[in-house]
Write a protein that binds this ligand. Structure first.
Ligand SMILES: Cc1cc2nc3c(=O)[nH]c(=O)nc-3n(C[C@H](O)[C@H](O)[C@H](O)COP(=O)(O)O)c2cc1C
Length: 202
Protein backbone atom coordinates (compact mmCIF):
# COMPACT_ATOMS: atom_id res chain seq x y z
CA UNK A 1 0.00 0.00 0.00
CA UNK A 2 1.13 3.55 -0.54
CA UNK A 3 -0.24 6.94 0.41
CA UNK A 4 -2.03 8.18 -2.67
CA UNK A 5 -4.39 10.90 -1.52
CA UNK A 6 -3.04 14.34 -0.70
CA UNK A 7 -5.63 15.21 1.90
CA UNK A 8 -4.57 17.33 4.86
CA UNK A 9 -5.90 16.28 8.26
CA UNK A 10 -6.21 18.12 11.57
CA UNK A 11 -4.54 15.20 13.29
CA UNK A 12 -2.44 12.27 12.11
CA UNK A 13 -2.49 8.87 13.82
CA UNK A 14 0.48 6.59 13.15
CA UNK A 15 0.13 2.92 14.03
CA UNK A 16 3.60 1.48 14.71
CA UNK A 17 2.84 -2.10 15.70
CA UNK A 18 3.26 -5.03 13.33
CA UNK A 19 -0.11 -6.21 14.71
CA UNK A 20 -3.03 -4.55 12.97
CA UNK A 21 -5.47 -5.33 15.79
CA UNK A 22 -3.10 -5.58 18.73
CA UNK A 23 -3.00 -3.64 21.97
CA UNK A 24 -1.54 -0.35 20.78
CA UNK A 25 -3.65 -0.37 17.61
CA UNK A 26 -6.79 -0.83 19.72
CA UNK A 27 -5.71 1.95 22.07
CA UNK A 28 -4.91 4.28 19.19
CA UNK A 29 -8.22 3.59 17.48
CA UNK A 30 -9.98 4.64 20.71
CA UNK A 31 -7.88 7.83 20.78
CA UNK A 32 -8.83 8.46 17.14
CA UNK A 33 -12.50 8.09 18.03
CA UNK A 34 -12.03 10.64 20.83
CA UNK A 35 -10.40 13.07 18.39
CA UNK A 36 -13.20 12.59 15.85
CA UNK A 37 -15.82 13.14 18.55
CA UNK A 38 -14.05 16.42 19.36
CA UNK A 39 -14.70 17.43 15.73
CA UNK A 40 -11.26 16.70 14.27
CA UNK A 41 -10.44 15.06 10.96
CA UNK A 42 -7.93 12.27 11.48
CA UNK A 43 -5.66 10.57 8.94
CA UNK A 44 -4.75 7.04 10.01
CA UNK A 45 -1.56 5.40 8.74
CA UNK A 46 -0.33 1.88 9.48
CA UNK A 47 3.45 1.70 9.17
CA UNK A 48 3.24 -2.07 8.55
CA UNK A 49 1.42 -1.32 5.27
CA UNK A 50 3.79 1.41 4.09
CA UNK A 51 7.07 1.26 2.27
CA UNK A 52 9.42 3.23 4.53
CA UNK A 53 13.08 2.25 4.34
CA UNK A 54 15.40 2.70 7.30
CA UNK A 55 17.81 5.64 6.99
CA UNK A 56 20.76 4.65 4.79
CA UNK A 57 23.00 7.58 5.83
CA UNK A 58 23.31 8.82 2.27
CA UNK A 59 23.34 12.37 3.69
CA UNK A 60 22.02 14.01 0.57
CA UNK A 61 19.85 15.81 3.13
CA UNK A 62 22.93 17.82 4.15
CA UNK A 63 22.66 19.62 0.80
CA UNK A 64 18.97 20.48 0.76
CA UNK A 65 17.18 18.91 3.73
CA UNK A 66 15.51 16.35 1.46
CA UNK A 67 15.85 12.60 1.91
CA UNK A 68 17.40 10.81 -1.07
CA UNK A 69 15.27 7.70 -0.58
CA UNK A 70 11.93 8.10 -2.33
CA UNK A 71 9.22 5.98 -0.75
CA UNK A 72 6.14 6.55 1.42
CA UNK A 73 8.11 8.68 3.88
CA UNK A 74 7.63 11.92 1.96
CA UNK A 75 3.83 11.61 1.75
CA UNK A 76 3.50 10.72 5.42
CA UNK A 77 5.90 13.52 6.42
CA UNK A 78 3.78 16.02 4.47
CA UNK A 79 0.58 14.78 6.11
CA UNK A 80 2.20 15.33 9.53
CA UNK A 81 3.71 18.72 8.70
CA UNK A 82 0.31 19.84 7.36
CA UNK A 83 -1.46 18.80 10.56
CA UNK A 84 -1.85 20.32 14.01
CA UNK A 85 -0.80 17.20 15.82
CA UNK A 86 0.17 13.55 15.86
CA UNK A 87 -0.63 10.54 17.97
CA UNK A 88 2.04 7.89 17.62
CA UNK A 89 1.49 4.36 18.90
CA UNK A 90 4.13 1.70 19.30
CA UNK A 91 4.52 -1.26 21.63
CA UNK A 92 7.77 -1.77 23.49
CA UNK A 93 10.18 -4.05 21.69
CA UNK A 94 13.42 -4.53 23.66
CA UNK A 95 12.81 -1.39 25.68
CA UNK A 96 12.24 0.89 22.74
CA UNK A 97 9.80 1.35 19.83
CA UNK A 98 9.28 -1.23 17.06
CA UNK A 99 11.59 -1.42 14.05
CA UNK A 100 8.83 0.02 11.85
CA UNK A 101 8.44 3.01 14.15
CA UNK A 102 12.18 3.55 14.48
CA UNK A 103 12.70 3.46 10.71
CA UNK A 104 9.91 6.03 10.32
CA UNK A 105 11.41 8.29 13.00
CA UNK A 106 14.96 8.01 11.69
CA UNK A 107 13.94 9.28 8.27
CA UNK A 108 13.13 12.62 9.92
CA UNK A 109 16.87 13.09 10.32
CA UNK A 110 16.49 14.95 7.01
CA UNK A 111 14.35 17.50 8.85
CA UNK A 112 16.82 17.62 11.74
CA UNK A 113 19.59 18.43 9.26
CA UNK A 114 17.45 21.10 7.63
CA UNK A 115 16.59 22.67 10.98
CA UNK A 116 19.92 22.60 12.76
CA UNK A 117 22.53 22.40 9.98
CA UNK A 118 21.02 24.19 6.96
CA UNK A 119 18.84 26.78 8.75
CA UNK A 120 21.34 26.80 11.66
CA UNK A 121 18.59 27.25 14.16
CA UNK A 122 19.70 28.12 17.67
CA UNK A 123 17.73 27.42 20.80
CA UNK A 124 14.12 26.36 20.87
CA UNK A 125 11.40 27.40 18.42
CA UNK A 126 7.88 27.77 19.82
CA UNK A 127 5.89 24.58 19.33
CA UNK A 128 3.71 24.50 16.20
CA UNK A 129 2.08 21.17 16.96
CA UNK A 130 1.03 18.98 19.86
CA UNK A 131 1.35 15.25 20.02
CA UNK A 132 0.92 12.19 22.18
CA UNK A 133 2.52 8.79 22.51
CA UNK A 134 0.63 5.57 23.17
CA UNK A 135 2.52 2.45 24.17
CA UNK A 136 2.15 -0.99 25.73
CA UNK A 137 4.53 -3.56 27.12
CA UNK A 138 4.20 -7.00 28.60
CA UNK A 139 6.15 -6.47 31.79
CA UNK A 140 5.77 -4.02 34.65
CA UNK A 141 9.20 -2.57 35.42
CA UNK A 142 9.37 1.10 36.35
CA UNK A 143 11.81 1.85 33.50
CA UNK A 144 9.85 -0.03 30.81
CA UNK A 145 8.97 3.06 28.76
CA UNK A 146 12.02 5.26 29.43
CA UNK A 147 13.91 4.49 26.21
CA UNK A 148 10.88 4.83 23.96
CA UNK A 149 9.66 8.05 25.56
CA UNK A 150 13.10 9.64 25.19
CA UNK A 151 13.25 8.70 21.49
CA UNK A 152 9.74 10.00 20.90
CA UNK A 153 10.42 13.25 22.77
CA UNK A 154 13.41 14.08 20.55
CA UNK A 155 11.56 12.95 17.43
CA UNK A 156 8.67 15.28 18.28
CA UNK A 157 11.16 18.09 18.85
CA UNK A 158 12.25 17.86 15.19
CA UNK A 159 8.59 18.34 14.25
CA UNK A 160 8.28 21.43 16.49
CA UNK A 161 5.81 19.34 18.41
CA UNK A 162 5.22 19.27 22.12
CA UNK A 163 4.87 15.82 23.68
CA UNK A 164 1.63 16.77 25.41
CA UNK A 165 0.52 13.41 26.74
CA UNK A 166 1.55 9.78 27.00
CA UNK A 167 -0.51 6.69 27.66
CA UNK A 168 1.85 3.93 28.79
CA UNK A 169 0.16 0.61 29.54
CA UNK A 170 1.96 -2.18 31.41
CA UNK A 171 1.03 -5.84 31.61
CA UNK A 172 -0.31 -6.24 28.05
CA UNK A 173 1.09 -9.08 25.97
CA UNK A 174 -1.37 -11.21 23.97
CA UNK A 175 -3.09 -9.48 21.06
CA UNK A 176 -6.42 -8.85 22.78
CA UNK A 177 -5.15 -8.26 26.33
CA UNK A 178 -6.11 -4.60 26.26
CA UNK A 179 -9.78 -5.52 25.89
CA UNK A 180 -9.64 -6.74 29.50
CA UNK A 181 -8.69 -3.20 30.58
CA UNK A 182 -11.58 -0.81 30.00
CA UNK A 183 -9.67 1.77 32.07
CA UNK A 184 -6.87 1.87 29.47
CA UNK A 185 -9.40 2.14 26.64
CA UNK A 186 -11.18 5.00 28.35
CA UNK A 187 -7.89 6.80 28.95
CA UNK A 188 -7.03 6.40 25.25
CA UNK A 189 -10.38 7.87 24.19
CA UNK A 190 -9.89 10.81 26.56
CA UNK A 191 -6.33 11.35 25.34
CA UNK A 192 -7.58 11.80 21.77
CA UNK A 193 -10.50 13.98 22.84
CA UNK A 194 -8.45 16.22 25.12
CA UNK A 195 -5.51 16.57 22.73
CA UNK A 196 -7.86 17.63 19.92
CA UNK A 197 -9.80 19.99 22.15
CA UNK A 198 -6.53 21.65 23.19
CA UNK A 199 -5.58 22.10 19.53
CA UNK A 200 -8.99 23.57 18.70
CA UNK A 201 -8.42 26.21 21.41
CA UNK A 202 -5.30 27.51 19.63
C1 LIG B 1 10.28 -8.49 19.39
C2 LIG B 1 9.54 -8.21 20.67
C3 LIG B 1 10.21 -7.58 21.69
C4 LIG B 1 9.52 -7.28 22.88
N1 LIG B 1 10.19 -6.64 23.89
C5 LIG B 1 9.54 -6.34 25.05
C6 LIG B 1 10.22 -5.68 26.11
O1 LIG B 1 11.39 -5.33 26.03
N2 LIG B 1 9.52 -5.43 27.25
C7 LIG B 1 8.21 -5.79 27.40
O2 LIG B 1 7.63 -5.54 28.45
N3 LIG B 1 7.53 -6.40 26.37
C8 LIG B 1 8.16 -6.68 25.22
N4 LIG B 1 7.49 -7.29 24.19
C9 LIG B 1 6.03 -7.55 24.33
C10 LIG B 1 5.15 -6.46 23.66
O3 LIG B 1 5.53 -5.18 24.08
C11 LIG B 1 3.68 -6.70 24.03
O4 LIG B 1 3.28 -7.98 23.57
C12 LIG B 1 2.76 -5.64 23.51
O5 LIG B 1 1.51 -5.75 24.15
C13 LIG B 1 2.55 -5.75 22.01
O6 LIG B 1 1.73 -4.70 21.59
P1 LIG B 1 0.89 -4.76 20.21
O7 LIG B 1 -0.21 -5.77 20.43
O8 LIG B 1 0.39 -3.38 20.03
O9 LIG B 1 1.85 -5.16 19.15
C14 LIG B 1 8.16 -7.64 23.02
C15 LIG B 1 7.50 -8.29 21.95
C16 LIG B 1 8.18 -8.58 20.79
C17 LIG B 1 7.45 -9.27 19.66
Amino acid sequence: MSISEEKIYDLVAVYGSPRRHGNTSTLLSHAVQGAKDAGFSVGEFFLRDLNISPCLEVYKCQQDGECAIKDDFQALRDRILGSKGLILASPIFFYTVTAQTKAFMDRFQSLWVRKYRIDQEQGKRPFKRRGAFVSAGATRGPRLFEGAVLSVRYFFDVLDMELRDSLLCRGLDAEKDVLEHPDYLEKAYKLGYILSSSLADE
